[in-house]
Design a protein around this ligand. Structure first.
Ligand code: FES
Length: 116
């Protein structure tokens, strides 16, 4: 079956909104990379769960409908992220589905590369 196009808006700390497209099955990290979205330091470990730079903050209603709950590995890595919120997740662990299209996520002002 053909993969559906999904839309995601990244809202930067300075208020800038970046709306991009991806496909079902892409992670939010894939979508940032494939669209060359200019987010400082984002996705430094390329989705291997060792950096926390892909930290994103979701709206509560979106957070609650994300298909996969965070694994212990993700939670450990999130602990190292700056500006942690109750609705924080790591973008490399969020796989887009059709019903998540239109998602709006907040990009924290600063990132912490846990590898350094
Ligand atoms: Fe490094 Fe997600 S890209 S933890």
């Amino acid at each position: 079956p053909k993969k559906e196009i999904v839309e995601v808006t990244f809202v930067k700390a300075n208020g800038e909104r970046i709306k991009v497209k991806g496909k079902e099955g892409d992670s939010l990290l894939d979508i940032v990379v494939n669209n060359s979205v200019d987010l400082d330091g984002y996705g430094a470990c390329e989705g291997t769960l060792t950096c926390s730079t892909c930290h994103l903050i979701f709206k509560k209603e979106d957070f609650d409908r994300l298909p996969d709950k965070a694994t212990d590995e993700e939670l450990d890595m999130l602990d190292l992220a700056y500006d942690l919120a109750d609705t924080s997740r790591l973008g490399c662990q969020i796989i887009m589905r059709k019903d998540l299209s239109g998602l709006e996520v907040r990009v924290p002002a600063t990132v912490n590369d846990a590898r350094s």
